[in-house]
Design a protein around this ligand. Sequence first.
Ligand code: ANZ
Ligand code: ZN
Length: 821
Amino acid sequence: EGVYSFAAMEAKWPQVWEDLKVFTPLDDGSRERRYVLDMFPYPSGDLHMGHAEAFAMGDVVARYLRQKGFDVLHPIGWDSFGLPAENAAIKRNAHPSEWTYANIDTQAASFKRYAISADWSRRLHTSDPEYYQWTQWLFKRFYERGLAYRKDSPVNWCPKDLTVLANEQVVNGACERCGTPVTKKSLNQWYFKITDYADRLLDDMSELQGHWPERVLAMQRNWIGRSEGAHVRFRIEATDTRAEREVTVFTTRPDTLYGATFFVVAADAHLALDLVTPEHHDDLMAYRERVKALSDIERQSTEREKTGVFTGRYAINPLNGEKLPVWAADYVLADYGTGAIMAVPAHDQRDLDFARAFDLPVRAVLDTGAEDPAETGVATAGEGTLMNSGDLDGLSKAEAIPAAIEILEKLGTGEKFVNFRLRDWLLSRQRFWGTPIPIIHCAECGEVPVPDDQLPVTLPEDLRGEALSPRGTSPLAAAAEWVNVECPNCGRAAQRDTDTMDTFVDSSWYFLRFVSPHYTEGPFDPATINDWMPVGQYVGGVEHAILHLLYARFFTKVIHDMGLLEADEPFSALLNQGQVLNGGKAMSKSLGNGVDLGEQLDKFGVDAVRLTMVFASPPEDDVDWADVSPSGSAKFLARAWRLGQDVTSEPGVDAATGDRALRTVTHRTIADAVELLDNNKFNVVVAKLMELVNATRKAIDSGAGGADPAVREAAEAVAVILSLFAPYTAEDMWNQLGHPASVANAGWPAHDPSLLVQDTVTAVVQVQGKVRDRLEVSPDVSVDALRELALASENVQRALDGRGIRTVIVRAPKLVNIVPA
Ligand code: ANZ
Ligand code: ZN
């Protein structure tokens, strides 16, 4: 008789699993394939409680599918470029790779201890030249398709990190990383033309509906931000000092054109400088200084007092020839639509606030039944009938929108337009520790891509410490030997591009590399990529709901369009695991409520920690570590494990003669677990498993004891189901039950449907008070199921004789009364 010792199990099994290559897929087509992927980690320090939760969830799915007989690909790797490594290197006078690879080794050891069922032979790191060679190769293919380009543009700039930030990395006007208020700077930057894919990124979300969390889809939809409306061109009158010109606005409400009473351009847009007359120039310049300090969110807030300056110019309304004063204001954003709007204060609250602040006219053109906005200060939206609007009068809003567009088209001053909030993806970074952009700049030839056979362009190894400090240009610019090369085209002296890629580029295709990580002829082996893609289940945090997922979807679509991949969506299903909190709050240094994963593992064992993560709540919900009981989990595991010790029958014994009541519990648990696992209800499976362990213990202690074949059947089912959550305990039990390793491949136990129903009851079915049928049903049949069974009865249908049904009264499980119409 052994004693349950997690330490002994953790010492014993990893080597066995590794030797048997338990988690390496067969990849030979003999079994249907499934790809299960956890968002790969960033190597900052050792694994933490958040990793422990996310990877426990992903591992349940991978282990379940393996038991169900699928050939499962469940790889692991590291997203290993990025700023923290660079900052650590500056501080320690080291090379970023030293910190990076040391942390990766630490995390890899922890993952192995944590018994993630990963195929370690596919391990990859995005900072390996063998990987980023293909990131560069893909960049080049994007470049050739016109999907990677450079332009001068005002970019978000973090004055502390001295780097460009994507819009997504600016949170409430501050750098996502360090919290410093972000400013704007004009720089020549590389972009990916993701806007070309805006429509498809939006439309193809219909395939994901029901398989991705609704809130993630909503966030993506909102980020892409499709708006239907019109472009309208306004003539701006000439002045003594300024020539006439035309400015286009984007509006979703061309029906309100007659209600436009002024015109606004974004104060920080160049357009404002082009328009302003000399008398108003100084005012505008002073105002622009104030605007610089504000975030987009502050600028657009309806709460904030409206500010702006008059430009001295007038726009002419193309429909009625009215002169509208042109203002420059901060509530209009330079980089949305055209950066200019026609203001309709009666029907747009921000315009109305502005009109009231500067005493501009308000004219309602849509009768919605509400009071006049000029009086109430409340703009009216919603449905209504057009008025004060010439030919549009009397039309509904829905009719007036296309009618106004038609008029504009006839006049040649506007047309239908679909605007997107989505911007092109700014991918260049002035930092060292990233994938070098494989472009050479030649005075003669311009941008020249590095030829494929000269990839990878590797990072210099001699830059370290201070040399990596941010200066506003890339540290690579200082590496003269690296920068100065011959132009591949003309042979003259030329320079390498010194920017590196946003790390989101690395993570936009890693799931493809995992299919054939050692392939040397391309980013992935075309012969096997379609065997595995798309990923069947992706698991990761909701913090990646927008960027990473959108970028990965974009890359997948481009690679699909290149003809390299059949799939055009990367992740068929997505699970966002919750966070691990402590005391109801996210763990943080400042709160001092961090829980060290290593300490938890030492104290309770891997299995108890994993089981606790899964059992504490549905996978999407947060786990509060202050409320859970890993020691309770440990006790349960020991109790389950002891069942294996108490079984005395031999493997393969026929269970048919065993205790019927226990067999029913076993088979019901197996059947329920399938249903629950298919719906990601992992915590409920654990609860059912606990019931099965109790029932088995009871049978051992009271009935036929450990010799009963039903007890073996139950204990084996416990081991297999437990293997999804507590791999060490399950493996040890399986071994104790006389089976060779590994329980991970034992196969999901079949359940016998005839054993699911212990006894039946008779349900009487009446039509209009007369008994028409009797049904044998389970005592816990649901109301809905019983109603369906009753209505499906032939006797009932005959009695109804084509009449409709008024009501069905169901008293499950005994009675159904049907009242015909
Ligand atoms: C006239 C109008 C009348 C508008 C009305 C709205 C209501 P979405 O749906 O978000 O696309 N707009 C356009 N460009 C803008 C910019 N750069 N900064 C701030 N606001 C801008 O919003 C489109 C509407 O937002 C446009 O339609 C425009 O105002 C404003 F009763 O035009 B509308
Ligand atoms: Zn050249």
